[in-house]
Write a protein that binds this ligand. Structure first.
Ligand SMILES: [Mn+2]
Length: 469
């Protein structure tokens, strides 16, 4: 049989409200897989460019003019082979197909405002929301393609594989850096041919939840270790205290973190990457870039705010040029809504929980030379005002936590997200003395201020030096 080669173009058409258009083919016109949903598109004709063919096919099939919109080629090219009967000559041939997919966002109309007219080989169309995609019946390979794009999470397909199954996770109740790194590193590993899923224990921090809601990102909430996933990768964490209770240290095969104070020696089977930079998200983004692995929009939506948040919008002292470079690179991977960072910081500052939960949600206890140090961290807009307004209760709660957790030291480190500087609250003289021995602080009535931003991960090594001296 004669072999022919054909270029196929198809369109991922998104509405302004984030829905994807697919259609069903008319079996009467020889449409293949009539019971499956297809992307609009078709074959490139002689003399046509890919973009021209795409614009023509979309116009013919659904009567949308895509020319005024940004037509972005998807860097994943799939191929396929099928037998085909040529329309004109009835000759049966083997057809090698190359699928070129393009993404178009109709950014000025919602799905129900977009007029469609069917007069080619589609008989039905529908706009699908992203969370419907896993259950949409597609042509063979369709789901795998959506998975590569990050539109469908791998665990929802659960393709049988003989590979080691890997769970990528972080500390329970993670912040945006933990969530971003877990989801994106699992995506990276999958694109490198591993069988990895991301999952988190507990509830994402409200800032992380804001980002998830904003971009309609679904994550895997874990109550137990998923069946068969005995190999664990930890991101944005490297200590036993924060290790989810169901995971044994020897199960951990890899750790990626950016903390100087860590317990990597307790994870005897783990490959370790610790680099002292602003955000763990930077380390994950660098992997995509270095390996030329195409990144899903979801990963970019998570990693960019993670870098901004962890570096306090580049004002934190641990910010490096690598953080700035990767943040800039990420903004080129997808479009972010205007004012998004300010909105995220506002969401982070919107405290609705009882104060005790607030003090414990970003709390870390360190042990140096048998001395236990607890540091609560609060990152909000106008943190100084908030602390002053709640001062007596903060003192009372810190005293309580100190006793309950048998800590030798405790203090609160409040960072202002949009101003500059910290507000520290220390309970006892011993806490005040410890802080004064490492930072140039003047305490008045248990309260001290600093005019530059100092984060816990900067403070903990300084305390370690003093207590282990
Ligand atoms: Mn981090």
């Amino acid at each position: 049989m004669r072999e022919i080669h054909r270029e196929i173009v198809s369109a991922l058409i998104f509405s302004q409200d984030g829905k994807l258009l697919m259609g069903k083919k008319d079996p009467a016109k020889g449409g293949v897989y009539p019971d499956c949903w297809h992307l609009p598109g078709g074959g490139v004709e002689t003399g046509e460019s890919l973009n021209e063919a795409l614009a023509r096919e979309v116009k013919e099939e659904i009567d949308i003019d895509i020319i005024p919109y940004n037509i972005k080629p998807i860097p994943i090219i799939e191929t396929g082979i099928s037998e085909k009967i040529l329309k004109d000559t009835n000759e049966k041939v083997i057809c090698h197909m190359k699928f070129n997919v393009f993404k178009i966002i109709i950014n000025d109309k919602k799905a129900d405002e977009i007029k469609l007219r069917l007069d080619d080989d589609l008989i039905e169309t529908r706009w699908f929301s992203m969370n419907e995609l896993p259950s949409v019946k597609q042509i063979p390979g369709g789901k795998e393609f959506f998975q590569k794009l990050g539109y469908i999470k791998k665990e929802l397909i659960m393709a049988s594989s003989t590979n080691k199954k890997i769970l990528v996770t972080t500390y329970p109740n993670p912040d945006i850096d933990g969530v971003a790194c877990a989801c994106s590193y699992a995506e990276f590993l999958n694109k490198k041919g591993c069988n990895a899923i991301a999952g988190i224990f507990g509830v994402p921090h409200r800032e992380a939840q804001f980002v998830l809601d904003k971009f309609k990102i679904k994550i895997n909430h874990l109550k137990s270790l998923p069946e068969g996933y005995e190999n664990i990768i930890l991101v944005d964490m490297s200590d036993l205290e924060a290790l989810p209770k169901l995971i044994k240290p020897e199960q951990v095969i890899e750790i990626i973190d950016h903390r100087e104070t860590n317990e990597i020696e307790k994870f005897i089977n783990a490959k370790i990457q610790i680099e002292l930079i602003g955000a763990c998200a930077t380390l994950i983004a660098e992997k995509f870039k270095k390996n030329s692995v195409p990144m899903s929009e979801t990963a970019a939506f998570l990693l960019y705010p993670a870098i901004i948040s962890n570096t306090l919008n580049f004002k934190g002292k641990l910010t490096t040029a690598r953080d700035k470079n990767m943040a800039e690179w990420l903004t080129k991977q997808t479009e972010f809504p205007e004012n998004f960072i300010h909105e995220m910081f506002l969401a982070k500052s919107n405290i609705t929980k009882p104060l005790k939960e607030i003090l414990l949600e970003d709390f870390k206890a360190f042990e140096f030379n048998n001395k236990k140090v607890g540091i609560a961290q609060l990152e909000i807009i106008n943190t100084n005002q908030y602390i002053k307004n709640n001062f007596p209760e903060i003192i009372k709660l810190l005293t309580e936590i100190k006793e309950k957790k048998s800590l030798n030291y405790i203090f609160l480190n409040g960072l202002d997200l949009e101003g500059a500087g910290n507000t520290f609250v220390a309970v006892d003289d011993i806490d005040i003395k410890l802080l004064q021995s490492i930072l140039n602080l003047k305490f008045i009535n248990h309260l001290a201020m600093s005019d530059r931003l100092i984060m816990r991960k900067e403070i903990s090594p300084l305390i370690q030096n003093i207590l282990e001296a």
